[in-house]
Write a protein that binds this ligand. Sequence first.
Ligand SMILES: [Zn+2]
Ligand SMILES: [Zn+2]
Length: 245
Amino acid sequence: MRLCVLGSGGIEPDPQRSGPAYLVDSGRLKILLDLGPGALRQLARAGTPADGVSVLCLTHRHPDHHAELWLLLQLLRTHGRRQALSLLAPEIFAEYLEFFAGWGRDHRVELPFNLDSHWMPGSRRFTGVHISGRLVPHVAGSVGYRLEGNGRVLVFTGDCGPGEEVVRLAAGADLLLCECSLPPGARSAAHLAPEQAAEIAARAGARRLVLTHLPPHADPEQILPACRDRGVEAVLASDLEWFEV
Ligand SMILES: [Zn+2]
Ligand SMILES: [Zn+2]
């Protein structure tokens, strides 16, 4: 599996970082994790046509994580896509999709392809990749994802606060893509500071820690030592950076 960071930022508009979105290329499948502001443009910059995506995983209802869902569906509709698109998401998205379908008011927006929806938490096996979505502490229904394929494990926390659920989600990950919204020392039930992300990685036995969902002006000189203090070497994600899982 290869991971491309499409957007390493959070909800604040940031000249350096696009909104939360990630592309996973398993060799056979192209999988999107979240679809925040700027995701489709970043996908184009990563050299991947949106038509090539076959699975979309959404973590939660905050719009910085799905703002371009409607754009993607409209784009694929415009292209006359026939191939099914699998959607893994919390069940609230059933309502959002109804809302999208009703955009035309006097006519329903019909998609020319099957949007194959699976409500999370739960799991789904695709060719060569098993994806499970598990609840994490953030807003109700928020999930993080665990992707397993070819003996490798990629874990994406989505937005989350600290909790045993996150440690279990990340257990034995080859690469842990972990949110880090807070500066060192700050505390919230819904987000993580770098030393908390490092602690989760250490307890989970994750082999690599990549920090993302970074605020504007995130300072590696502050963030990375906070991880090192917990015995964990981390890196800050950058937009359009590729990682071999
Ligand atoms: Zn967020
Ligand atoms: Zn959120």
